[in-house]
Ligand binder design. Structure first.
Ligand code: 4AD
Ligand code: MG
Length: 459
């Protein structure tokens, strides 16, 4: 196998050896006798600097080696006189693979993220978006290695499902009906059109993960989830990826410990394994982020109740857009205030009012609050949502009824509380919010390859 630029730049022992590299031109500059070409193959942020004597490149090829063109270069690796790099490639031959005409939108200048969103099929070729893609890849590995080291089992939960895992009615419907029938409503029950039944895209793998947790002990899912909420914000997508561990014989405290350990592990993994890309984000996207994340890894997360959080907000002199009183759902301005102004770091908030949380959360003895735990972080607000689960059959059934949900839809979920019910808990981490947190990217549409939101599903 051919070495990538990343591999080549790492090996100083390859000095003097002959190599062949295939990559894209980032920039080209020429003097009377020499051509300087910066090549990038996506393996890392760094370019490989190529120096070619004009005698080894034909006029035609030289002319066509414009930004974005692809080529094969063979040559000798030599020590570089420039201080930014240790090695450069002295070309012996340069072959053009694919030219790139001058209407290529990614010429060497800065483009706004708004503009780049419109060319989602090309933006990954920029430094920022290729770095985001490499960080996303590293975080995927970090997630799996954390849970595998802890001996959790990975479970693939379904994407098409009948049950509303959050009970919030934010499901996209799935239909087997041909598009044409949408124009005629005669005799068609659109709510039951998945082979005669109703079905939707899943909002969470949690309920299916719970069944596996009651068999395998500790499991996690990592898959796409869908929310038909039309919120046009910098932290919501209609399609996003979620990591959901579920643990039998675990209460809310064990759940918080796991969430904290998990976050610290994945942050540390990226700082260790993505140094070059993280330097980029540190310098150009969110100044000082490496240091901030390091501090989070070394800190203990503050844990407070929802009631305390409300008191903190009420005793503040800030005029919030959404007024604060016990019972409200925290808005992002409140979450920002708590993490940035009061506690200066991640905060875990527990014991939310039952009326603003999902049916499956375990009821506290006060009858008013449930054993929820959200992890909030500076810049973003909620990054993790979780809870201890209601493991008492009667209480769960009553909650389902009280919330106007259909017990028949949850018959199998109720069975878990009938046969060998155990205390159990879990949480969900929004993968894109994690990537935002790690990179400092402010818009969630810029950390997923193809953002699905109210206005965008072209690419
Ligand atoms: O708080 P949520 O809705 O919790 C659940 O789905 C539970 N079933 C999780 C569990 O206990 N297993 O979502 C969990 C996380 C949020 O904290 C947030 O990070 C992310 O998923 N999230 C979104 N990310 C992007 N776009 C959206 N529309 C999101 N909605 C939630
Ligand atoms: Mg939540």
């Amino acid at each position: 196998a051919k070495d990538t630029i990343k591999q080549i730049l790492k090996k100083t022992e390859s000095l003097g050896s002959k190599i062949t590299i295939q990559a894209w031109v980032r920039t080209k500059r020429d003097t009377k006798d020499l051509v300087f070409i910066a090549l990038n193959d996506g393996s890392c942020m760094s370019n490989l600097q190529v120096i070619a004597d004009k005698s080894v490149i034909s006029e035609d090829v030289l002319h066509s080696l414009t930004t974005g063109a692809s080529c094969t270069v063979s040559g000798l690796l030599v020590e570089s006189p420039a201080k930014e790099q240790a090695l450069e490639l002295q070309a012996l031959s340069v072959e053009l693979l694919g030219e790139c005409p001058s209407d290529y939108p990614l010429q060497k200048k800065r483009h706004s993220f708004e503009f780049l969103r419109e060319i989602g099929h090309l933006r990954t070729r920029t430094n920022t978006f290729s770095a985001v893609a490499r960080i996303r890849n590293a975080l995927t590995m970090a997630v799996h290695s954390f849970f595998q080291e802890q001996e959790f089992f990975n479970v693939h939960t379904p994407i098409i499902t009948a049950s509303d895992a959050e009970g919030a009615g934010e499901m996209f419907q799935v239909t087997t009906l041909p598009f044409e029938t949408f124009n005629s409503s005669e005799g068609i029950d659109y709510s039951r059109d998945f082979f005669g039944k109703k079905a939707s895209l899943t909002v969470s793998g949690q309920l299916s993960a719970e069944t596996y947790a009651t068999a395998l002990g500790r499991v996690y899912t990592f898959g796409p989830t869908f929310r038909a909420e039309n919120s046009n914000t910098s932290r919501h997508l209609a399609e996003f990826w979620m990591i959901e561990p579920e643990m039998s014989f675990c209460d809310i405290n064990g759940n918080m410990d796991m969430a904290e350990d998990f976050l610290k592990y994945v942050l540390n993994y990226v700082l260790e394994n993505c140094k070059e890309d993280m330097e980029f984000f540190n310098k150009f996207i969110q100044k000082g982020i490496i240091n901030d994340l390091q501090e989070v890894i070394n800190s203990s997360f503050i844990r407070i109740s929802y009631t305390k959080a409300i008191e903190d907000l009420q005793s503040s002199s800030v005029k919030f857009e959404y007024p604060v009183s016990w019972g409200i759902d925290l808005a992002s301005e409140h979450e920002k205030y708590l993490t940035e102004e009061v506690y200066h770091g991640p905060v875990i908030i527990t014991d939310y009012p039952k009326d603003i949380k999902a049916f499956y959360m375990k009821m506290n003895d006060d009858g008013k609050t449930v054993r929820a735990m959200d992890v909030l972080v500076p810049r973003l607000g909620e990054i993790i949502g979780g809870s201890e689960r209601e493991n008492r059959y009667d209480v769960l059934l009553q909650r389902i009824k009280d919330l106007g949900l259909e017990p028949e839809d949850y018959w199998w979920y109720l069975d878990l509380r009938k046969y060998g019910s155990v205390p159990h808990a879990g949480f969900g981490l929004g993968f894109e919010r994690l990537i935002q947190y790690v990179t400092g990217m402010t818009n969630i549409r810029d950390v997923i390859p193809y953002a699905r939101s109210a206005r965008n599903c072209d690419f």
